[in-house]
Structures are given as structure tokens and as C-alpha cells.
Design a protein around this ligand. Sequence first.
Ligand code: NAP
Length: 259
Amino acid sequence: MLTSIDGKSVIVTGSSKGIGKGIARVFAEKGAKVLIVARNFDQAQATASEINASGGTASAFSADVSSWNDMQRMAEAAAECHGGIDVLCCNAGIFPDAKLSEMTPEQWDEVMGVNLKGTFLGVRSCLPKMKECGEGRIIVTSSITGPITGYPGWCHYGASKSGQLGFLKTAAIELSPHNITINAVMPGNIATEGLDDLGADYLQKMTESIPMKKLGTAEDVAYAALFFASKEAAYITGQALVIDGGQVLPESLMALEDI
Ligand code: NAP
């Protein structure tokens, strides 16, 4: 089960650390050739070296997902290094916080540019090569924040994560005749470098609000992405899967008492 990723050419944006790194590691363990994409080349290279040292196949590439030029270069590099593009994981994202009453248009544009436009540009740039391969898989990292929940400071972030789901519904229809599926993973709170930056207080209170009483791991998200990328998921498109330890389930704080 789920071994069909062996030998496939996979791009993971935002994979020098965090969830993307977990996705890259799991895909490489299953035999995929992975392009590690991030703005900081040294960090991307360090992740690629780690994967290669443990017997996988990975190359590093520096690109900003909000740049059309960078995304076109990324698609070309993946095809050249690993022979075509079979799977694209649009995972790169940022989550700076800003309360609505103080949020600037520039802050809004930055989050939308990376999280939402970056998803569009990544998909758009890889389509020609994916179509040449005769089939493809796209997995978008959305979030529970936006599509299901809200959190103060993240109006722009929530809108970008909901926007990704809106984008993929129509993309799924347009890509179906090309045997390309597009689905999303919706992580809850996953222990990553990016989440650590939110501080110990945030991490502790968030952990208490999760029925499983623990944060998720990058691998928890990676295995859901691996499922969407597999041959076994060929007939699933335009869908989204929550990976959150039950975080969105409690109706109120009372629902978490006495469990
Ligand atoms: P992270 O630890 O901060 O890692 C972010 C990765 O994205 C890094 O590799 C970073 O490298 C790269 N990146 C950021 N901006 C980029 C850009 N403009 N172009 C290319 N690469 C870029 O973040 P994370 O927690 O793993 O989050 C990853 C994704 O999961 C995001 O889409 C986020 O919204 C989503 N998510 C996370 C959680 C969570 O709890 N952690 C929950 C729900 C959803 P460079 O800085 O070098 O570019």
C-alpha cells in the first residue's frame, strides 16, 4: 500500500524545515526524487543533504513562491534534475500576525502573495511538465485556520488558507481531463520551527485545547499528503483532509472537561 511514489519526481515548496521537510523526508523514504524548495538556499541544501545521507534522493533549489519567474525556473529545474514533474506539494506559507485594526495593506498583500498567489503560481508553472507526464498529483497545504476556525491576528492568513480551497475546487475540474488531481491537507497545530516562533504560552494553551492533548508532527501531515499522491488515491480530487488530533471538534471548552 502507498508504494507507488517510488521513482517519482516530487517538488515540495517550503521544505527546508517544518511540515514541508516532513513531507520531503517521507516521500524520499518511499523512493521519490524530491526537489527541496525554499528562499534560503543553504537551509534547502542542508535538508537535501540530510535526505541524501539517509539513502534518499533530493536536490535543493532556491525560489520565492510569490515570484512567477522563480516558479518557472523551479519547474524547469525539477524536470531537468529528476525527469519530469509527477507530484507538486504547494506547502510554502507564512503566518505573521496582525490585528485587523492595525493590519496594513502591505501585510495583507504579503500573506496573500506567498500563501495564495504562491499556490497559483506553483501550480501554473508545473502544469506543462505534468501534462507531458500524462498524469499528476498536486497537494496543497491549507489549514484549519480560515476554512474552519478563526484566530485573532490571522484575518489575512485565514483568508489565504480558505482561498486555497476555493482555488482547488475549480482547478480540480479543469485538471481532471489530464489525469491530474489536486487535493489539500488541512493541518491543525503541528510542531514546527514556524509554530515555535509563536511562543511557549501559545504552544501550551493550544496543546490543552486539542482532544489528543498533543501537537501534531510534520510526519502526521506528510502521510496524508502521501496518500493523496499515491496511485490508490487516483479517483480523489478537489477534496481536503483535516489532520488536527480532533482540535476542531469540541463545541466548547466544556466538551474537553472530564475526558
Ligand atoms: P515553517 O516551519 O515556518 O517553514 C516554512 C517553510 O516555507 C520554510 O522552508 C521556508 O523557507 C519556506 N518559505 C516561506 N516563505 C517562502 C516563500 N515565499 N517562498 C518559498 N519558500 C518559502 O512553516 P510550517 O509551520 O512548516 O508551515 C508550512 C505550511 O503549513 C504553511 O503553508 C502553513 O500555513 C501550513 N500550516 C502550518 C501549521 C502549523 O501548525 N505549523 C498549521 C496549519 C497550516 P525560507 O524562509 O527559506 O523561504
